[in-house]
Design a protein around this ligand. Structure first.
Ligand code: PLP
Length: 390
């Protein structure tokens, strides 16, 4: 007997609270519900669907892998798409080598291990930041400063120390102890309320890490690959890390993570030090190549920057008309609107056909697909304004 919708939902582990309709299709920047209603999507599957729904190049790449009968081979053997993708990422970043995995949290686990491997015994500490988010697996969770996420799962991985964003003196003091393998930071604290980290602080971290012989890890899982208008968010600060983690938009909607490293980090790792059965499989790597080539083209990024300015203007004007908007901040296609009741606004917008996601109790987050049109941006912001009480 076919399962009813309620039966299907009830078999899912209750760690999520999905709301609204059941979606059965997507087109461009819209999701289509089973009753045919269309929703303008300002979530992009939480910063994943940078190219919207039904991108023809990603679909063709996936079809190509399926038609070749090669979805997966494991890393016991060489395959072309993973090698080409690693080459593309290295060519378009500070990095020399790339490790592929399956999610953002897994990428951060890899980054922590790689940093510890290079640092050696006695230098195992990671400096992370208050209000940051790096994922839910045990290492990433230890670096995620959120009591509600951490407390039920103690004891956590030891060796993570937290600093406030901007507190250079404290970072300096911790590094001087000689125990630090790496400093781990998001260039914009995304889950933490879309809070851009000042460029001057990122520059100080780079300098302090170099002085202390520690690595700088940028978690660009949410900000990477064009979301902020540059290929990598750290470019805007003029600071290059030693390790960068990526995931969300990397494979056009398929699950993929990556850890990008310099040759110095790579030189510390040898066969057997780390691994991931599915990492860099043919299907995902083919989709990722298509997504990266499209997003990485300079005219595409210039469009994200232009539309980012439009979105900034629209949100600035909205804030003037809605006095209970306390702040608007972001870049490119990642914005946070600070309000009193983010959940209520997200719910009202959804009823009116706009999908949004909160970032904490008081920030409504906007993560439109990078391919969104000017009209769709205007339409979405108009719905958002209606959902915010006067
Ligand atoms: N790092 C950052 C900055 C993120 O925003 C997220 C997810 O939101 C993660 C890591 C974890 O990624 P995943 O959910 O793919 O494990």
């Amino acid at each position: 007997m076919p399962a009813t919708e309620t039966q299907t939902q009830s078999a899912l582990l209750g760690v999520y609270k999905p709301s609204g309709p059941t979606f059965v299709g997507g087109e461009g920047c819209e999701l289509i519900a089973e009753d045919g209603r269309r929703f303008l999507d300002f979530t992009s599957g939480i910063a994943v669907n940078a190219l919207g729904y039904g991108d023809p190049d990603v679909a063709a790449a996936i079809r190509g892998a399926v038609d070749a009968g090669l979805i997966h081979t494991s890393n016991l053997f060489r395959t072309q798409p993973a090698a080409e993708l690693a080459g593309w990422l290295a060519e378009h970043s500070f990095a020399d080598r790339v490790f592929f995995c399956n999610s953002g949290a897994e990428a951060n686990e890899g980054a922590i291990k790689f940093a510890r491997r290079l640092a050696g015994e006695g230098r195992h500490e990671i400096i992370a930041f208050r209000n940051g988010f790096h994922g839910r697996t045990m290492g990433a969770l230890a670096a995620t400063d959120r009591a509600a996420y951490q407390d039920p799962f103690r004891p956590l991985m030891p060796g993570v120390v937290f600093c406030d964003i901007g507190d250079t003196a404290e970072v300096d003091r911790l590094l001087a102890r000689g125990k630090t393998a790496a400093v781990l930071i998001e260039p914009i604290q995304a889950e933490g309320g879309v809070k851009p980290v000042p460029a001057a602080f990122l520059k100080s971290l780079r300098w302090l890490c170099d002085e202390a012989g520690a690595l700088l890890i940028m978690d660009e899982v949410q900000t990477g690959l064009g979301r902020t208008g540059t290929l990598w968010a750290h470019e805007a600060a003029g600071v290059a890390p030693d390790i960068m983690t990526l995931a969300k938009p990397l494979a056009g909607g398929l699950p993929m993570g990556a850890v990008l490293v310099t040759e110095a980090v790579a030189s510390a790792l040898k066969p057997g030090d780390h691994g991931s059965t599915f990492g860099g499989g043919v299907l995902v790597a083919s989709a990722a190549l298509a997504a990266c080539r499209k997003i990485g083209a300079e005219p595409f990024l210039a469009e994200v920057r232009r539309k980012g300015t439009l979105l900034a203007d629209l949100l600035g004007a909205l804030a003037l008309r809605r006095p209970n908007v306390r702040a608007v901040r972001g870049a490119g296609m990642i914005w946070g609107v600070e309000v009193d009741d983010a959940a209520g606004i997200v719910a009202r917008a959804q009823d009116a056909g706009l999908l949004l996601v909160s970032a904490g109790a008081d920030v409504v987050r906007l993560l439109p697909p990078l391919v969104i049109s000017d009209d769709e941006l205007r339409r979405g912001v108009a719905v958002l304004e209606e959902a915010i009480p006067c």
